[in-house]
Design a protein around this ligand. Structure first.
Ligand SMILES: [Zn+2]
Length: 206
């Protein structure tokens, strides 16, 4: 059964309750699956959430075929209703960096007719790769535009689209996609297929 992904319904949800469906010994502690979760798994260039689940430390989170696997440091009881709390400081930082990356990438790709061909969110810096030559002066112009976009505090629109509806949208993507595709739109700056968590308004990028 696919895990209900609470971080899509509300990316600002920090605490939740869920039922433990499975708990198995893993490489580092235990692997736990829940019926629903607010823990974001590593994906789309965004690192996994950390936090606490029923008193156990959550050290990593992965997704496999729609099922979210939580790495925890001790076993939790199968069938039990547990509470989870995500490390919000870490997650909000990821949401800010990730959303900021969209705005910069959208502006750069539109201006230089190029593609974002790589994205890595590290502990201290974010790197983005483009298949174009961009001068430092041009990049400073992009920086000013991106900052202006933050000051204007635009709302961000995230919706699932498919079929003809999806084909009608001009969005960035690294690969051809089908089925329900999650389109993250920063109106006037970017439109991109993305599975990550984002802020609600551009001003929250800070
Ligand atoms: Zn994204």
């Amino acid at each position: 059964m696919e895990t209900e992904k609470l971080y899509y319904a509300d990316p600002f949800l920090t605490d939740f309750t869920a039922t433990v469906l499975d708990c198995q010994p893993g490489k580092n502690g235990y692997l736990v699956t829940l019926d629903r979760t607010a823990f974001y798994p590593e994906g789309g260039g965004q690192p996994a959430d950390h936090g606490v689940l029923d008193g156990a430390a959550v050290t990593d989170v992965h997704e496999k075929n729609g099922v979210i696997l939580h790495n925890v440091d001790r076993a939790v009881e199968i069938g039990k209703t547990v509470t989870g709390a995500i490390d919000w400081e870490r997650r909000f930082d990821h949401m800010q960096q990730h959303s900021g990356e969209h705005i910069c990438s959208g502006l750069i790709c539109e201006r230089f007719h190029c593609d974002n061909v790589g994205f890595h969110m590290g502990a201290d810096i974010v790197t983005i790769d483009f298949n174009a030559d961009i001068s430092w002066e041009e990049l400073l112009e992009i920086e000013a535009k991106a900052n202006q976009y933050l000051y204007e505090n635009h709302p961000i629109d995230i919706q699932f689209h498919r079929g003809a509806e999806l084909e009608a949208i001009d969005y960035r993507s690294k690969k051809a996609l089908e089925g329900d595709v999650r389109i993250v739109a920063f109106p006037g700056a970017d439109c991109c297929a993305c599975c990550g968590t984002h802020v609600l308004r551009s001003g929250q990028v800070g």
